[in-house]
Design a protein around this ligand. Structure first.
Ligand code: PLP
Length: 379
């Protein structure tokens, strides 16, 4: 793991804590999810759910996840064999990649990529092959994807809606990727933690719903992102029984199980139905517009996201040439923390001028951040 050091999120959140800067770096909301769900966690703690839960996760939560996939996407899952509860989506990604790709194998992913992808592929001893998403629309060149597939390729690791760009992969793009997986016998590991956070009528489509994919696709979700409880670290993975069994085999030696009381609470969160999640997406769209307008006023070139709670921006118009340097000095110059995306690229130059801001924050926090950025001191 040499070369992986401290994650950029830890570095930038520490910088925010030390300087008192507004933290638009790390992706966590500054308001909690529904109060009933917090009460359900308290009830689970007081109700004696404090010992190891079952290795696959508690039955009511697995049932709720299977029902969610059926109701939203028409996917049929057996909650006993096709669903596994994990310690956040992070563990689901790690256990899936380690289960499916080892030394000598290759995993294809798009860059910029969520930072745990590179680390987790390395932990498994596999290699990564990276295909760029190109600003400003974050499209990809299908020929580059085809060229990236080789004899050792085992897994396509896909993230849609995509962090950090906010791209929501289109039906045409997903059809192409599905056909590629079928043609080359690849397993898709799909990180869909922002599945419900899409804007302007853009809809998320799970790769598992495309022809030939249900039997070769693992789909990952997160209560942290869907219900705004990032600190609880409850995630899940679903797909065909044989693949889920392979992931479970790895997961049992990573954490064995994840926090029992919170699993009960997340089952209650699913029982609230889609309304709270839809309200959260509507509110986030307004926050996105608030932050994008402010960033433009401050002089950034803004790439408006279609999903997630992140916006990326080019620092070039402000005279910035290096996002890492820019973000390290931003707390002192403007009292705001952002994330340089170059750390999510193999081709560092491609992301050198692009930085990421999170807008899952209270309106007054966004307004204050925007005001500070507008009166930012020079580089
Ligand atoms: C794309 C992506 N996948 C996974 C995660 C991690 O999710 P969890 O907190 O459930 O482990 C994040 C968190 O920011 C993310 O952005």
């Amino acid at each position: 793991m040499e070369g992986f050091g401290t994650t950029i999120f830890a570095e930038m959140s520490q910088l925010a804590a030390e300087t008192g800067a507004i933290n638009l770096g790390q992706g966590f909301p500054d308001t909690d999810g529904p109060g009933e769900v917090v009460e359900a966690a308290v009830a689970a703690l007081r109700g004696g759910h404090n010992q190891y839960p079952p290795p696959s996760g508690i039955a009511p939560l697995r049932d709720a996840i299977a029902r969610h996939q059926a109701d939203h996407y028409g996917l049929t899952l057996d909650p006993d064999t096709d669903v596994l509860v994990t310690a956040g989506a992070t563990e689901a990604i790690a256990a899936a990649v380690m289960a499916l790709a080892g030394p000598g194998d290759e995993v294809i992913t798009f860059e910029p990529y969520y930072d745990s992808y590179a680390a987790t592929i390395a932990l498994g001893g596999a290699r990564r092959a990276v295909v760029p998403l190109r600003a400003p629309d974050w499209s990809f060149d299908p020929d580059r994807v085809r060229a990236a597939v080789g004899p050792d390729t085992k897994v396509l690791l896909l993230n849609t809606p995509h962090n950090p760009t906010g791209k929501v992969f289109t039906v045409d793009e997903l059809s192409f990727l599905a056909q590629l997986c079928v043609d080359h016998d690849l397993i898709a590991v799909c990180d869909e933690v922002y599945e419900h956070l899409t804007f302007d009528g853009h809809r998320h489509h799970p790769l598992a719903t495309f022809d030939g994919m249900a039997e070769r696709c693992l789909t990952i979700g997160s209560a942290g992102k869907t219900f705004s409880f990032t600190g609880w670290k409850v995630g899940w993975i679903s797909g065909p029984a044989q693949l889920v069994a392979a992931v479970r085999t790895v997961k049992q030696f990573l954490t064995y199980v994840s926090a029992g009381p919170f699993q009960h609470a997340v089952a209650e969160a699913f029982a609230l139905g889609p309304a709270p999640v839809e309200a959260s997406a509507t509110s986030l769209q307004a926050k996105r517009d608030r932050l994008c307008d402010g960033l433009r006023t401050a002089g950034f070139d803004v790439f408006v996201p279609r999903g997630t709670y992140f916006v990326t921006a080019d620092i070039g118009p402000l005279g910035g040439v290096d996002g890492l340097e820019f973000c390290r000095s931003l707390p002192a110059r403007a009292g705001v923390v952002a994330i340089p995306t170059q750390v999510f690229y193999d081709d560092v130059d491609a992301g050198r001028r692009i930085i990421r801001f999170a807008f899952c924050k209270r309106d007054d926090v966004i307004d204050e951040a925007v005001e500070r950025l507008a009166s930012m001191k020079g580089l």
